[in-house]
Design a protein around this ligand. Sequence first.
Ligand SMILES: Cc1ncc(COP(=O)(O)O)c(C=O)c1O
Length: 366
Amino acid sequence: MRWDEIIRPEVGRLRPYEPGLRVSQVRERSGKDVVLKLSSNEHPCGPVPTAVRAMEAVLPRMNRYPDGACRALRGKLADRLGVPVANVVIGNGSNEILRLIAQAVLRPGDEVVYAWPSFIVYSMVTDHFGATHVRVPLDAAQTHDLEAMLDAVTDRTRLLFLCNPNNPTGTAYGREAFARFMQRVPEHVLVVVDEAYFEFVTASDYPDASEWFDGARPLVVTRTFSKIYSLAGLRTGYALCPEPLVRAIDALREPFNVNTVGQVAAYYSLDDEAEVRRRRAENQEQKTYLYSCFDRLGIGYARSETNFVYFATERPVEVFEALLEEGVIVRDFGNAPALRVGIGTPTDTEITVRAMEAVAARLGSI
Ligand SMILES: Cc1ncc(COP(=O)(O)O)c(C=O)c1O
């Protein structure tokens, strides 16, 4: 039996997603009791109390399959967003929705336009379906260059991902740039705007892509409960989708792709808007404090609309390792001259600042 004959060659060539280091691995390595995982943009506070109570209440019913149509959650999101329920898709994380969209639309040889660096999943799904990557570098401010992305569109472009705010840089493009983009983007291109960090945004110029959603133009907006709602472990995300694409996704997805606990937790999380506002404000305060540390240490960084900050370093490998020694796990990007650090609780930020200072003192600079 030859595995290279059994497994499709194009699949054999794919590389799995590489998650960051786990806390237990770093605890062993650094000998530190307190290890902060600030590498996956998770929220430190955990689910809101109403969501926790709802999850506990539903646990005895785990003998039953979930509602495969996610009716309650879709209905609530539809009301909230002012769209027909038929346009709301729930996924096993917004990640699953990104993949299902790619599966629904991409033919081998189609072109997929996305910014670089940006969320790695756009690259992964492009590979999964044999499509061609068209990466458009971020501009000097580390923001999507929407004009350059439009210039990169050809007759063969099928899909165009926008990540706003962008992971890993945290930057967001403004309303006017997005309006110009939407007016110019040709109709044969499906535009997917990934707004995973939507709830953290404080910029008054931020364009909420859902305002452009009319159910007819080829536009999808994805969001998630993994970030500010702190439900990453439950894998629940959603999208606004035109109906023909909803039907395609429904045909491709697993029958019960979104688990009951995730559906219930997401539903009740939407009730606690005050907590979302509190988390956004606290995140903003922590970011400002971290910026002041970076300024003091002479570290370059991009101003972020998210719960993470992308900072410059000429020696990412050394700085990454030195931060691990201090018990802080950040995200590296191979040899890219930058690292990404998540925003946690005020205590986490204090520890991060002290770790940065210690690393700068040890290495001479960052
Ligand atoms: C930009 C972006 N989109 C989507 C996701 C996926 O989120 P989910 O947990 O909903 O799959 C992430 C997760 O880190 C992300 O950074």
